[in-house]
Design a protein around this ligand. Structure first.
Ligand code: MG
Length: 382
């Protein structure tokens, strides 16, 4: 029996993780759950799962809702989530917090040597060198939950990464594939979050629509697998049957295929190194008439280029890019800016940035705050 902590339990990944756990009650025990501010769903989950700990991260929601959680050890704020991630009895921390706000929990889980099932790609994007430095001094292991990275992780089992020629990250292309940037000005949040293939939360769905998500995933892959940026390629694959591929120096290519159901990579991250039964139907290859591939249209998706250039520059550029993107996506979801403004805000923030090395969490916080403030000021001037 593995004791699991779920951070971000009321979000898309969190609720799907709970589905996986309910199907495998004999294998997983939920020790604690944390949500940002959906107190009602958190309480419902607590009643079903009977965890020891329950945590609300948003401070105002804590004040309003604390009394509803008297039957549980109640933890508050980012500190509460961090405390959960480092609990002695926990075997696996699923970090499904949205955005760089997930970094303190990532750090806590690594410092305590936990298995970290990582859905929070932003903690690697924003502070990859820092996180990897902590990992090198810990017995902790990261098992990626992101479908592409779970695919690559599985392709690399038993392989030597020095024999990797390239990683091929597949991208569905998002809901606006084939459209020119000029036609995307009046896209609404509802249109942007309706992804054609995957069921995901709002932030990542907008990132998938701008293709920023694929840029973040290149950075995530670089830090997870220690592969240089020039060896990571993106290919459009609208069917999303192949979740990613690894090509080796001898020309062999391993691909990971499967249904587009996030419960599969979530379950793998929880059950690793074992595989366990999942209620998914087999893919019928007789019904798949073709698998198609294409090139990224960089002109229509400027966010990819911004992410990749921040990645190449290194230091605090990826943290800056990530913070500006988070602020811009939130403003777009709140209808304060246009869809096409997202890239412009990221670009303006990056071009004003003076880079520093990120060696501590305080270095990260300084850069993150600076970038958020500047991005918000740029939005107010729009
Ligand atoms: Mg992904």
């Amino acid at each position: 029996m593995k004791n699991i902590i779920i951070l971000g339990s009321t979000g898309s990944i969190g609720t799907q993780a709970i589905d996986v756990i309910k199907n495998n009650r004999d294998k997983f025990n939920v020790l604690g759950i944390a949500a940002f501010k959906n107190a009602s769903l958190l309480l419902e989950q607590a009643k079903q799962l009977r965890p020891k700990y329950v945590c609300l991260i948003d401070e105002k929601t804590c004040l309003d809702s604390k009394d509803r959680f008297q039957d549980y050890s109640f933890l508050e704020g980012v500190e509460g989530a961090t405390q959960l991630a480092s609990d002695d009895s926990c075997d696996v921390v699923l970090n499904a917090i949205v955005g760089a706000a997930g970094l303190p929990a990532t750090v806590a889980a690594i410092e305590k040597g936990k298995v970290l099932a990582l859905a929070n790609k932003e903690s690697l994007v924003a502070a990859g060198d820092f996180v990897n430095d902590l990992l090198s001094r810990s017995k902790s292991k990261i098992i990626p939950v992101d479908s592409e990275h779970s695919a690559i992780f599985q392709c690399l089992i038993g392989e030597d990464t020095s024999e990797v020629k390239k990683i091929i990250l597949t991208a569905s292309g998002g809901p606006f594939k084939g459209r020119k940037l000029s036609s995307l000005k009046d896209i609404t949040p509802a249109e942007a979050v309706s992804h054609p293939r995957w069921n995901m939360g709002d932030k990542i769905s907008v990132d998938s629509a701008t293709l920023m998500n694929k840029g973040l995933e290149v950075i995530e892959a670089h830090f997870l697998f220690g592969i240089s940026y020039e060896k990571i390629e993106i290919v459009i694959h609208p069917e999303s049957i192949i979740h990613s591929m690894v090509e080796f120096v001898d020309g062999s290519i391993k691909a990971h295929l499967g249904r587009t159901d996030m419960r599969i990579p979530i379950q793998y991250a929880l059950s690793y190194p074992k595989r366990i039964d999942a209620p998914v139907s087999s893919i019928s290859f007789e019904e798949i008439t073709s698998l198609t591939f294409g090139k990224i249209d960089h002109e229509s998706a400027p966010c990819i280029g911004l992410a990749l250039s921040a990645a190449e520059k290194g230091q605090s550029y990826p943290a800056t890019m990530n913070a500006a993107n988070e602020v811009a996506v939130e403003a777009f979801l709140n209808r304060e800016i246009k869809f096409t403004d997202i890239g412009e805000i990221v670009e303006a923030t990056l071009s004003a940035h003076c880079p520093v090395d990120i060696g501590t969490i305080n270095d990260f916080n300084d850069v993150d705050q600076w970038a958020r403030t500047l991005a918000k000021e740029t939005i107010e001037k729009k």
